[in-house]
Write a protein that binds this ligand. Sequence first.
Ligand SMILES: [Zn+2]
Length: 53
Amino acid sequence: MDKLTSIECDPECGFMVRSHDRKEVMDTARSHVKMKHGMDVSDNDLKKKMKAM
Ligand SMILES: [Zn+2]
């Protein structure tokens, strides 16, 4: 099984997604940023924020 991966938004926002599925983590984080912050993020930006646990 893949490692548990997580992406956290900034602390004021408090959003966090955690899954064994890296693609799911990225997709969920991307749509969060799009919906809540009105921004588009690249795969690279998401990967930088991604942490393995
Ligand atoms: Zn956020």
